[in-house]
Design a protein. Structure first.
Length: 198
């Protein structure tokens, strides 16, 4: 029968090591020896920093830190000024997205041919007296992913059309596609070379 005696340090460090902690919130750190990482100030977070002796430091979350945020994380500043970014609530996000829906750029066109801009999302014809050309650059459309061409006037028909034509490439393999029915719409996306309907 053998008795094993394990020395006990103070502060629960274990293995005979004396705890360096002295203050609520302190963290046990290490460089070449055990050391105390003093607790930071309110609202600070612990950040890895190789320039620090213990490899970590307490600091406020900055916009630079937010650039490295994980997926599915939304932070922002709803108070303005230099306030630190914080988690956005569901209602704050809803307000940001215009009351729960995405705010889309709607461009109105009145009875003229139109060259779609890179900032356009919805191209809405508010009047139409004859067939009009709507020219779309596939490379530009790719940057915003989705484009909608819509007859809001209700004047489209088989003889009074909106002819959507890519400036290069094709649209569903064709040179152009026409909207031929009243209040008709065409939804498009681009792969950077050609346009496709969906």
């Amino acid at each position: 029968m053998y008795n094993l005696l394990i020395p006990q340090g103070t502060g629960g460090g274990g293995g005979g090591t004396t705890s360096p902690l002295t203050t609520k919130g302190d963290i046990w750190g290490y460089s070449s020896t055990n050391a105390r990482v003093p607790v930071g100030s309110d609202n600070q977070i612990l950040i890895a920093d190789s320039a620090q002796t213990l490899g970590v430091k307490w600091a406020l979350l900055t916009n630079a830190s937010m650039a490295n945020m994980a997926n599915n994380t939304i932070k922002g500043n709803v108070s303005g000024g230099a306030a630190a970014p914080s988690d956005l609530t569901q209602s704050q996000i809803a307000t940001f997205l215009a009351g729960g829906g995405f705010l889309l750029n709607r461009t109105t066109v009145s009875d003229v041919a139109y060259n779609v801009l890179g900032t356009d999302v919805i191209v809405a014809y508010t009047s139409l007296s004859t067939s009009r050309a709507v020219n779309v650059n596939p490379a530009t459309t790719a940057t915003k992913q989705i484009l909608v061409v819509k007859d809001e006037s209700g004047s489209c028909s088989s003889t009074n059309t909106l002819v959507v034509t890519p400036t290069s490439g094709t649209i569903d393999g064709a040179a152009s596609i026409s909207i031929k029915v009243a209040y008709g719409a065409l939804r498009l996306y681009s792969n950077g070379t050609n346009l496709f309907t969906f």
